[in-house]
Structure formats: C-alpha cells, structure tokens
Design a protein around this ligand. Structure first.
Ligand code: PRP
Ligand code: URA
Length: 208
C-alpha cells in the first residue's frame, strides 16, 4: 500500500493556517500555497539519487553530486498550478506536464479536458500536484493517465487531504506515496473537505 506521509513542521503549520483563514486575500493565499509547496518538495525529494560530476572550483578540481534522474512536475488544473512555481524554483531543470480535470458538481466524478506530458515521463520521478485530495477521483484519474504514458515513479503532493481521498488513492494506486501537509476530518455532503480551506482554485485565481 502507498505510504501516507503527513509532513509536520512549524513553518508548514503557520503558512497553512493563513491559507485556511477565509480572511486571507488572493495574493497572500497564492504566495502561501507556493511557499508551502516548496517546503514540502524539499522533504519529498530527500531520497532522490545523485551522480558524481567533476567540476573546477576557482581553486581546485573536485567531484560534486548532481540529480541523476529527470524530475517532471504535473499539476492538475486548475488548483495544482498554484504549486508549480515554488517547486520549480527549487528544481529549475524539472519539466512540466499538465492534466486538466474538473469535477462534475453532481456526481463529483472527474472529467478530463487536457493532457500533455513531456516524453521522458516514463523514466522521470513525477511529482503530481493538487492541493486538495477530496474524493480522490481527480488524483486517481491523473495517475491512470500518467501510467498509460509509462510513468512508474509517481509521488502525489497535496496540501490538505481527508481519509476518504487517501483510502481511494491507496486502493487504486498502492504504489504511489501520498504526501500531505494536513489530514483533515472528513468530506462533507458536497464533496468539500472539512475544515479544509474552501475551493482552492477559486481562492487562488479570485474566481469567486
Ligand atoms: C478541485 C481540486 C482538485 C479536485 C479534488 O478541482 O483542485 O483537483 O477538486 O477533488 P476530488 O479529490 O474529489 O477529485 P475542481 O474540480 O474544483 O476544478 P478546478 O481546480 O478547475 O477549480
Ligand atoms: N476541491 C477544493 O478545492 N476544495 C475541497 O474542499 C474539495 C475539492
């Protein structure tokens, strides 16, 4: 079964509290989502393999270490876009794929409207990004699409999840580890996480 890793750090708690607060304005919300994502990525990439590279410092020849394997970031549109910039600043060589999904408001099932992955997605470490793991339908569908293109090393990076979403993801994709900054109590009757942070896409892009 995929591991659930609840990342805990005072800075994550602090920023997440701003993100959850309904008084937080769009700009601050966006900045905090970006910073949270970068802090999480620092931990999530701790075990990436490196290979030796010989370089000349101004004083001497030495052997350093550089990332061995390509990293691909895949945000689920729209809200996953808010997580890209912070992580991309840490890993500027990462390529970026996109997957467009929206939830049917009645059935809560995801509908795909756009898919574009870089060609080396099958050999890369893929960080799949979506701030909200609610029913889990969107993430399961995104991983289905990534696996169809041959991806084998996939890590899911979310900000807030709930037990229902974690269970669905672990059932459908037991090989994918799940990284969250918070595991909230439950999903409500409308498919929103409680206490959660509301509609992440709307709060990131000011659409409500
Ligand atoms: C939201 C959110 C996730 C999805 C999570 O997207 O950004 O992608 O719901 O819910 P799930 O786990 O139940 O699938 P939404 O469909 O509202 O689209 P948007 O990001 O374009 O607003
Ligand atoms: N999507 C969101 O943006 N928020 C939720 O709580 C659930 C799904």
């Amino acid at each position: 079964m995929g591991k659930l890793i609840h990342l805990r750090h005072p800075l994550l708690e602090h920023k997440l509290t701003h993100v959850r607060d309904k008084q937080t304005d769009t700009k601050t919300f966006r900045e905090n989502v970006s910073e949270l994502s970068a802090l999480m990525a620092y931990e999530i990439t701790r075990d990436l393999s490196t290979r030796p590279q010989t370089i000349e410092t101004p004083l001497k020849t030495m052997t350093g270490q550089v990332l061995d394997k390509a990293v691909v970031l895949v945000p689920i549109l729209r809200a996953g876009l808010g997580m890209v910039e912070g992580i991309h600043r840490l890993i500027p060589t990462a390529k970026i794929g996109h997957i467009g999904l929206y939830r049917d408001e009645e059935t809560l099932e995801p509908h795909s409207y756009y898919v574009k992955f870089p060609p080396d997605v099958s050999t890369a470490t893929v960080l799949l990004l979506d701030p909200m793991l609610a029913t889990g339908g969107s993430v399961v569908a995104a991983i289905d699409a990534l696996k169809q293109k041959g991806a084998t090393d996939i890590r899911f990076v979310g900000i807030v999840g709930c037990p229902e979403g974690v269970a669905r993801l672990q059932k459908h994709h037991p090989d994918v580890d799940i990284y969250l900054a918070a595991l909230d109590e439950r999903l409500n009757a409308h498919g929103y996480i409680e206490p959660g942070l509301g509609d992440c896409g709307d709060r990131l892009f000011g659409t409500k």
